[in-house]
Write a protein that binds this ligand. Structure first.
Ligand code: PAF
Length: 301
């Protein structure tokens, strides 16, 4: 009888058949990277919390175009979850993740345990100012401090030359660009385009939480945002009322069946400051909830 794919994947982890090379300590990671750098190779990092989907795999492929070796880190970072959030329930499936990375240009998986990342006595926290205060920062206090701290640690642990972050978490990407600039980190930051399912829903590890009826509604988020963007652009010459469009978007999301809307907001694409007119590259960002699941999406304008 053939083995269930999940069981088969689990039995392969850390066995000679594991399709991926996995390291768990900072020393082992640095050894590998040191060998590569000694040969003059450029090393890139794709930071993830695992539960890999097509969006993550597209980041691996994109980064591999710019670097010689790609590390994928898998670490469900406790510091970026609030006390009421889904840290315990967050999907953990390292064996399957390694199978998914097979056939991508990933060279190494770095999967540290929590006490490698945060040993006893760990006290430091990185905070990137203003840009993290609103949008996700307002709904998830402390979230971005946890992300900035772990990302900075991943950079210093790996010594990577470049790293890539998905545009789905647009505020996170902007924050990391600021952190790198502000702290003079020698890491080139790339943004990876959002990968969408057939109906436009942005790929996310949290999509697995959606029931079948919720999944149907979820696909409308992108459609409503695209409609708002079209309306904003159509009115741009005459000075579109972006505040009114944000309210219209919120109502449309509730009418479409979402349980709650955290925000629909037009922002400057680089500073993330609120805008009232479209006269520079902008971003339309939104979060709508279905039950406890928060769905993030954004569009370039
Ligand atoms: O985007 C994510 O998955 C996480 O926030 C990251 C960047 C891996 C840090 O834990």
């Amino acid at each position: 009888m053939s083995m269930d794919p999940l069981m088969s994947a689990i039995s392969q982890i850390n066995s000679p058949e594991n399709p991926m090379d996995v390291v768990r300590s900072i020393a082992d990671l640095r050894d590998r990277v040191g060998d590569w750098k000694a040969k003059g190779l450029k090393v890139g990092l794709v930071p993830t919390m695992g539960a890999l989907h097509e969006g993550h795999l597209s980041l691996v492929r994109r980064l591999a175009q710019d670097v010689d070796r790609v590390i994928v880190s898998i670490f469900v970072n406790p510091a970026q979850f609030g006390p009421q959030e889904d840290f315990a329930a967050y999907p953990r499936q390292e064996a399957l993740d390694c199978l998914r990375l097979q056939g991508t240009p990933a060279d190494l998986v770095y999967a540290p345990a929590a006490d490698v990342m945060y040993p006893p006595g760990f006290l430091t926290s990185v905070r990137v100012g203003r840009i993290t205060d609103d949008l996700e920062g307002a709904v998830r206090p402390g979230h971005f401090d946890g992300v900035a701290t772990v990302v900075l640690k991943l950079f210093t642990q790996s010594g990577c030359d470049a790293a890539i972050f998905g545009e789905k978490d647009y505020q996170q990407l902007v924050m990391i660009r600021h952190m790198v600039r502000n702290l003079d980190l020698p890491v080139e930051i790339l943004g990876g385009a959002i990968v969408r399912e057939a109906d436009g829903l942005a790929a996310s590890s949290r999509n697995v939480y959606l029931s079948a009826p919720q999944r149907k509604i979820a696909g409308k988020l992108n459609v409503i945002l695209a409609d708002l963007r079209a309306k904003a652009l159509a009115g741009a010459g005459a000075g579109a009322d972006l505040g009114a469009l944000e309210q219209m978007g919120t109502r449309a999301l509730i009418d479409a069946g979402f349980d709650r809307v955290d925000y629909v907001s037009f922002r400057d694409a680089q500073s993330l400051e609120t805008i009232t007119t479209l006269n520079a590259p902008a971003r339309l960002l939104a979060v709508a909830r279905l039950g406890p699941t928060r769905l993030l999406d954004n569009l370039a304008i």
